[in-house]
Design a protein around this ligand. Structure first.
Ligand SMILES: *Cc1c(COP(=O)(O)O)cnc(C)c1O
Length: 378
């Protein structure tokens, strides 16, 4: 069971908005709001005052659009794939133009429609992933017609090392960003993701684009996490058994009991996003007692040493905690050898999802797992 606290997400957005002072604060809802449900997270953030939303794909944008107020902007980080420009324009989406072909296709679409179309221009400032290179920025600046019919609502770039505050790339990227802006038509600017917000005011520009921090991931790894926890993951005990010293547990006999103990088999596995790298390393919690994961994580189950609990403490159906306020997404990520982002986005659609908060709709709301409609059809 996955419980998602929409009020905590809204509170996290307000905290980030306060951090960026006079700048505005968007929200990144790509990958179904980092696995938590964009159709529920979007309205909760809109109710908190958020007006700018980013997703990765046009399908994500088309699915999210009807859940947001008309005045909200939905920006597509990957831009529009060739041939989908008319659909994107008709839906009122704002593409992030990452390359000269994307710029040219959007200009052509504006000409075809006989009206100006909004767009965001991304420049690459060192990450070598998306956006115009400095040479391409020069070429664009030298072509007076390049942006004809395009309303440049934002110039943006993305930080590669913002989660390492002391990394020299942070200042270098900011300088390159400023240099690119000087060559382009005047437009508001955006550079900071979650971690970038915590680099300081020099990185805030006009609009911040946090994702992970909204969902409770620590924006500055290693430092105290100012964000409110958002996710609680619980799974049911299927059965428990007493085993003798020397008894192997799980695939490959991956673990052998050093002493007699009890094992609980819990209904969570790597198909649920409880990563296989948590084999022999994860933990569950019950009544404040830590229950070590022993043996390999299977597709649908994981086994925990529950010898520290009284016999009978975990009858079948009992819920144990896997992620909660005290043992959050970042702690699980550290055990799994990954980052909180991957833990969140791995949480499969198999869980019953319960939403807390969402007070725009009057108190506690619950909803089924997803909308039940594939994004492409929505
Ligand atoms: C994913 C993404 C973000 C949000 O990043 P977080 O680290 O989750 O805050 C912002 N901007 C771009 C371009 C992204 O791809």
């Amino acid at each position: 069971m996955l419980t998602i606290d929409l009020a905590a997400i809204a509170a996290n957005w307000r905290l980030l908005k306060a951090r960026v002072g006079r700048a505005d604060c968007a929200a990144v809802l790509k990958a179904d709001a980092y696995g938590l449900g964009a159709s529920r997270v979007g309205p909760a953030l809109a109710a908190a005052g958020c007006r700018h939303f980013f997703v990765a794909h046009i399908d994500e944008a088309l699915a999210l659009r009807p859940h947001l107020p008309a005045q909200a902007t939905v920006a597509v980080l990957h831009g529009v794939p060739p041939g989908a420009e008319a659909d994107a324009a008709a839906a009122g989406l704002v593409p992030v133009l990452n390359s000269r072909p994307q710029v040219d296709a959007w200009r052509a679409q504006a000409a075809r429609r006989g009206r100006r179309l909004p767009a965001i221009l991304q420049v690459d400032t060192g990450m070598s992933r998306l956006g115009l290179s400095p040479v391409e920025v020069e070429a664009l600046a030298a072509d007076p017609q390049a942006l004809d019919g395009i309303d440049l609502v934002l110039v943006m770039s993305h930080l590669a090392c913002a989660d390492e505050p002391a990394h020299p790339a942070n200042a270098a990227q900011r300088e390159r960003f400023a240099a690119a802006r000087r060559r382009l038509p005047a437009a508001p600017a955006s550079l900071a993701n979650s971690s970038g917000i915590f680099l300081g005011a020099d990185w805030h520009f006009d609009l911040a684009r946090p994702g992970a921090a909204l969902y409770g991931v620590a924006p500055v790894p290693g430092a105290a996490n100012p964000m409110r926890p958002v996710v609680r993951l619980q799974a049911k005990v299927i059965q428990t058994r007493a085993i003798d010293a020397g008894t192997p547990v799980g695939y490959g006999f991956g673990w052998c009991a050093p002493a007699a103990t009890r094992i609980a088999t819990v209904s969570v596995g790597y198909a649920d996003g409880w990563l296989r790298s948590l084999s022999d390393r994860g933990t569950a919690w019950f009544d404040g007692v830590e229950l070590p994961l022993v043996g390999r994580v299977s597709m649908d189950t994981a086994t925990f040493d529950v010898g520290a609990l009284p016999d009978g403490a975990l009858p079948p159906g009992t819920l144990v905690d896997l992620i909660d306020a005290r043992h959050g997404v970042d702690a699980v990520a550290a055990q799994a050898g990954t980052i909180g982002y991957e833990v969140l986005t791995s949480l499969g659609s198999r869980y019953a999802r319960h939403y807390l908060g969402g007070d725009e709709l009057g108190g506690i709301q619950t909803a089924p797992a997803r909308d039940g409609v594939p994004a492409a059809m929505a």
